[in-house]
Ligand binder design. Sequence first.
Ligand code: SAM
Length: 251
Amino acid sequence: MDSESSSSRASSRQLWESLRNWWREEARENGAAKTLLLLMRKLWSFVRESTPEQRRRRYGDMEYDWEHRVNTTSGTIGWKARLMGLLHSPYQATEADLFQEMMASLPIAFEQFTFVDLGSGKGRTLLMASEYPFRKIIGVELIAELHHAAEENIREYRSATQRCTQIEAVLGNAREFEFPEEPLVLYLFNPLPERALACVIDRLQQSLERAPQPVWIVYQNPLLGRVLDASAAFVRVGGSERYSIYSGKVA
Ligand SMILES: C[S@@+](CC[C@H](N)C(=O)[O-])C[C@H]1O[C@@H](n2cnc3c(N)ncnc32)[C@H](O)[C@@H]1O
């Protein structure tokens, strides 16, 4: 069997697994009838998003790729990965200008910190973070197709101004990620639903109780900012209408 068809089978398997897990979780919380309705809505939105016009719109994020000769656009994602995105969190790459603005608002010595992006997609944030002198950069992505694109982007990225080359892309579930016990900048762009995000933040808090470290959270488009606002371990210290910056209380 060639590697293309085996990777296509792997992504079909991942899609069915995702669908099964998604169904189980939603149905437990909302009942089967509501979950079926939600699934129909998602499928309808998938169909609407598949028109040539919507596809062209997704290519609107290509500027970064042209400039850096990488492939982080949401325009070229296969249908299985897009469908999985609807069940989890659709892939959308962070804009370069906004990323720079967010990094500029962190009052830290970058070289002491590890950057972690939970839900790193095709890895654009990992490349952008590598322009800062972070100790290390880690991205965790659930969808194999996006993870493989991130790996390739990391390999291909060439920049005379790159300051960090310790970049690791991990294929896995952000819900299970074990935070390294070291100073962290945690980057979030809505990878998780509310309950899962609350669990991840709780786990981070427990890790900080075991081994206190400075931690900063950069949350782009903070739709679930209430989860962090409610956490005893973090306090919102800045941001704009497009992002929030939280600091760990021990930072
Ligand atoms: C809005 S995109 C952000 C991509 C990237 N962080 C960026 O800013 O360019 C959210 C990403 O989270 C990923 N994701 C969703 N659920 C996840 C999970 N449980 N574990 C890891 N990644 C997940 C999606 O596949 C998607 O790539």
